[in-house]
Each structure stands twice: as C-alpha cells, then as structure tokens.
Write a protein of this length. Structure first.
Length: 303
C-alpha cells in the first residue's frame, strides 16, 4: 500500500490531476452553496452545456489560426462563452419576461447543438468533445493547471470575500435591495462565478457532470450544518475529499474519473441521508418516551 501511494504521488500526471481535483473540490461548493440556497441548482448544468459551444468555438479559431495543438484555445473559448451565457440567462431571469426554466432549457439544447455544429466546421467530430463532456483529467497540462489556479483564486477571493453581500442577495433580494446593496450587480457576479467554476471543473468531471460537484457536497453539508457559513465550509471540505478519493481510486482501477467522483458523491449523500434519518427517528422516539414518562409521573396524574 505504501509503495502504491509513493508511486501515486510521484507520478507527474497524478500530481497535476490531484492539484486540479483539489482546486475543483474547493471552488465548486463555494458557488454551489449560493446556487442551492437560491434554488438555481441546475444553473451549473445549463452553463456546462453552453460551455461546449465555447470549446468548439475555441477549437475552430485554433484551427483557423493553425495553433498546435488545435484545442489549445478550447478552455479559453469555454470561459468566454460560459460567462456570456451566464450573464444572458441572469438578465433574462431578472427581466421577468421569460422564466428561468425556459432560459435554462435553451442553454441545454443550444449549447450541445452549437458545440456539435462548430466542431464539425473545425474539421473535427463530436467524439472529440467527449473529453470535455465527461472529463479527461489525464490530459491536463501544466498550462491548464496555471489557468485553473488563476480562476480558482478569483472564485475563492470573490466567493468568500463578498460572502456577506452575496448571502444577503441569495437569501432575500428585496431585503438586500432595501439595505442599498447592488442586487443586480451581485446577481450577475454569482452567474459569472458559476461560469468560471464550470470552466475550472470541466477538465476534472466534464461539463455534463460539473453541476453535481456544485450541488451534491452542499446537499450533504445541509444534512448536518446549522448555518450558511458552516454549510459552505463543510461542503468545501467534502468537495476536496470526494475529488481526491475518487481520482485516487481511478489510478488503481480503470474507471472514468469524472463519473467515479460523481457516483462517489451520490453514494456519500445516500449514506449521510440514511444516518440523518436514523438519528432523527431515534430523537423522535426518545422525545415520545420522555413525554409519556412525564405524563405518567404521579405529580402530573389527575386527582
């Protein structure tokens, strides 16, 4: 076991992969906490779909510019298009003319269709999008780590540094507006940070599964946390544990890293939910017994 761990941590590929997984594990739950409390848990999924158009657009521009490799601009393209898509859906939501569900549906379908169309124009095939759809962490380069690190630092700095204001907007927009906070700007910031989080996590779990890392650790944390701050802290810790454990498992077993991480997260939620349900039942039974004992006490008996 010790030799296996030494081999694991001495592999340059696993060093890059683990570093990327840690960054994703920390950043995804930060933004996910705001989205879950705002009842926009599926926003990350919608942005993940539209990011495919950005990947294909970056690929097409890279092919036109004869850059090597042709997908060098794929992640930058995903960042730009994801941010534009997130801003667009937030503006549509704020306008009230179209429901958020309808706008998300358009992102879902338009994102995948645009990606397939543009990758064809770039001379590629839809199969080449698979590494971005489901993640391909083994292909992460140090240049990708640099970009992921910069985006991760920005997400952490803004997501934690502006936590009081962002929480106020997330919890009650009307109250936040009455206190003088720029609700519109802060809402746009949450959408933009969501887009950046998708770009960060794309290489680890893929655009189709990125929303799971933004939502599931938060859902697990909510089973035991008592406040917004504790929910975010627990979710961040769980995100790191889930990502690193899932990735490490795929080093020894030939499995998809993204799928393994997400399935592991769901399994952990199932275990935590079961434990919480059992504890709640035990507490209810204990309260019922105490109430019966109290009513049967001689001092509380009828004369």
């Amino acid at each position: 076991m010790i030799d296996a761990l030494i081999t694991l941590f001495s592999s340059p590929m696993m060093q890059r992969s683990l570093l990327a997984a840690i960054i994703v594990g920390v950043t995804a739950p930060i933004i996910g906490t705001y989205l879950v409390h705002r009842r926009l848990a599926m926003l990350g999924d919608g942005i993940g779909h539209i990011s495919l158009t950005g990947v294909a657009l970056g690929w097409l521009l890279g092919a036109v510019a004869n850059v090597t490799p042709a997908n060098s601009w794929a992640i930058p393209g995903a960042i730009v298009v994801s941010v534009l898509g997130a801003v667009a859906i937030e503006l549509v939501r704020q306008s009230g003319r179209t429901s958020g569900d309808t706008a998300l549906a358009m992102l879902f379908y338009g994102g995948i269709a645009g990606g397939v169309l543009l990758i064809g124009l770039a001379g590629g095939t839809s199969a080449q999008l698979n590494s971005y759809l489901f993640g391909s962490i083994s292909t992460v380069r140090w240049s990708d780590i640099s970009l992921i690190s910069i985006l991760g630092i920005a997400i952490i700095a803004l997501g934690l540094g502006l936590a009081p204001a962002l929480f106020s907007v997330t919890n009650d927009e009307d109250f936040a507006r009455s206190t003088g906070l720029p609700v519109r700007g802060l809402s746009l910031l949450i959408a933009i940070l969501s887009a950046l989080t998708v770009a960060v996590a794309m290489r680890v779990v893929g655009s189709l599964l990125v929303s799971a890392l933004m939502v599931i650790p938060v859902a697990i944390a909510q089973l035991g946390a008592r406040s917004f701050r504790s929910t975010m802290g627990i979710a961040m810790a769980l995100g790191v544990i889930i990502c690193t454990c899932g990735l490490s498992l795929t080093y020894f077993v030939d499995l998809s890293p993204g799928a393994t991480i997400v399935v592991g997260a769901i399994g952990l939620y199932a275990v935590a939910f079961t434990i919480r349900a059992v504890l709640d039942r035990v507490r209810r039974v204990r309260r019922l017994r105490q109430a019966r004992a109290h009513n049967q006490h001689p001092e509380h008996s009828a004369p």
